[in-house]
Design a protein around this ligand. Structure first.
Ligand code: UD1
Length: 357
């Protein structure tokens, strides 16, 4: 079996880790990096720390508007797919790279397998929601992480080729925790925190938060009112917008440049709670048993809310929400994202689909 795998942004590099190793045990993988994330600290550090293979193709498409980014990726991916003639094109999640990979393949009648299929926030203002919906509807094999995702697909009439495999982060995070703990340097020390200090880990990068001046101002004010320090690795979009709007970070905010996955895992391992607008981090926080505040009005990871570990929050409610999640920490922590072995199950599904069709 020959699989052409498309990645481009940070979450995809993390999702790739258990899948690429499972494919390469007995099959051929052609890894294509679109270049969506191009800074070393947004890309190369993930390849190094996760031990990912060097991409066979790098398309060098970074920055630009959504249309120009996606359009350039489509053109370059079509070429690679024609050259490589893979049995599958494999895409992850919901980025512009995901949509470009799926669309280029589907138009060439190469079957698409979508990892993390069926996620929905039901907010079409999010570029990621459009990418998810469109990718699911042109994929042959829909590899869903949760029963909720399977139900979401069924509501849209998608039942053929749907397989519940669990979430790839279940495979990758325990391994990363061991590696992070074995390192002598810790980002917690580098951030200047005291030993055992109770702090929050935050990330803010979603356009709905960064590109709205009033909301971003309110968010930084809310963080400033928290009675503990907040460690924030700063995404390039956030620093751009803070500068553009002439805003200042509050004194209890400890900013770091974007961090690699091992630093992120070390911060998760030590923090008391997580404050984020990321999709992936909500789930990583759950797997690390960290209460979470999600700075959005919707989430795709609804089961973390139902289980009581995650709360949606408006910027002016930050202090109140932090108190609630810290004092009402649930006693139960069900295995919402499946058993380990997700990477292997994905490869089995690719093979069994080929045998059936
Ligand atoms: C993308 C994904 C999002 C994911 C996030 C993880 C889409 C639509 N969104 O959002 O789902 O949660 O990645 O980080 O695909 N930039 C740099 N250096 C880089 C990468 C980006 O300076 O290495 C700049 C870009 O030029 C752009 C901004 O940061 O101005 C945003 O990057 P972009 O790739 O458009 O999307 P993300 O916000 O990172």
């Amino acid at each position: 079996m020959k699989v052409l795998t498309v990645v481009g942004a940070r979450p995809e590099f993390i999702q790739l880790a258990p899948v690429t190793s499972a494919i390469r045990e007995a099959h051929t993988e052609v890894l294509v990096h679109t270049g969506q994330h191009f800074d070393d600290n947004m890309s190369q550090v993930f390849f190094d720390e996760l031990g990912l293979p060097r991409p066979e193709h790098h398309l060098g498409v970074g920055g630009g508007s959504h249309a120009s980014q996606t359009g350039q990726m489509l053109m370059a991916l079509e070429q690679r797919i024609l050259e490589e003639q893979p049995d599958w094109v494999l895409v992850f999640g919901d980025t512009n790279s995901t949509l470009a990979g799926a669309l280029a393949a589907a138009k060439l009648h190469v079957p698409v397998a979508h990892i993390e299929a069926g996620l929905r926030s039901y907010d079409r203002a999010m570029p990621e929601e459009l990418n998810r919906v469109m990718t699911d509807h042109i994929s042959e094999l829909l590899l869903a992480p949760t029963p909720v995702a399977v139900d979401n697909l069924a509501k849209e009439g998608l039942t053929r080729g749907v397989e519940l495999v669990g979430d790839v982060r279940v495979d990758v995070l325990p391994r990363l925790r061991v590696l992070a703990r074995a390192r002598s340097e810790s980002p917690v020390d580098q951030a200047g925190l005291k030993k055992g200090e109770s702090f929050a880990l935050a990330t803010i990068h979603r356009a709905s938060n960064t590109d709205d001046e009033a909301r971003l101002r309110e968010l930084l004010k809310g963080i400033g009112e928290l009675p503990f320090r907040v460690v924030l690795p700063v995404h390039p979009r956030l620093s751009k917008m803070v500068q553009k709007f002439g805003l200042a970070f509050p004194p209890n905010l400890v900013t770091l440049p974007p961090v690699g996955i091992l630093d992120m895992v070390a911060l998760l391992d030590s923090c008391a709670l997580v404050i984020t607008d990321s999709g992936g981090l909500q789930k990583e926080a759950y797997l690390f048993e960290r209460p979470t505040i999600t700075l959005r009005t919707t989430t795709e990871w609804v089961e973390t809310i139902t289980a009581g570990w995650n709360r949606l929050c408006e910027p002016d409610q930050l202090r109140h929400s932090a108190e609630l999640v810290l004092t009402q920490r649930p006693n139960e922590h069900p295995p919402l994202y499946g058993a380990p072995g997700v990477g292997k199950r994905i490869v089995e599904q690719l093979l069994s689909y080929m045998a059936r069709n």
